[in-house]
Design a protein. Structure first.
Length: 151
């Protein structure tokens, strides 16, 4: 008795897309019935919050499992660049991995520094997996009050 397989007109295209994705380093997709699942998560970049108060801009970047020595911060042409690498954990032969969703590898994020900020005084601290980059506002940008003399 022969197996009857339902013909899928897009199957060959899906296979070609998977091969091209693998070739260009993108996440191939595995199809199981009607469910699709990425075989690996795409490249990662840290999530960032940017806030402002009267004194400074604050950039907070989530960098879990990134070592302090792997983080680089620079300012060039009024652009703040945060880059680094989260290294892949060593696979243990005795463990069977069911799913690996956390992404690893190099990252780089760039942000234009506002005109009222002082790029020469940028400072940073790293604690509990969160990078805090402080960009103080320049003195010329701070409002000054001028007393009005009555004559």
């Amino acid at each position: 008795m022969s197996n009857i397989t339902r013909w899928d007109p897009f199957r060959e295209l899906d296979e070609l897309q998977g091969r091209l994705s693998t070739l260009f380093g993108r996440a191939p997709v595995r199809k199981e019935g009607e469910r699709q699942e990425a075989l690996r998560v795409a490249e990662w970049a840290p999530l960032v919050d940017i806030t402002e108060d009267t004194k400074e801009y604050l950039v907070k970047a989530e960098l879990p499992e990134v070592k302090k020595d792997e983080i680089k911060i620079g300012v060039q042409n009024d652009v703040l660049v945060i880059s680094g690498e989260r290294k892949y954990e060593k696979e243990e032969k005795d463990k069977k991995y069911h799913r690996i969703e956390r992404a690893y590898g190099s990252f780089s994020r760039s942000f234009t520094i506002p005109e009222d900020a002082d790029p020469e005084k940028v400072s940073a601290e790293f604690k509990e997996g969160v990078l805090h980059v402080h960009i103080p506002k320049s003195d010329r940008a701070k409002p000054k009050s001028i007393a009005v003399k009555v004559s």
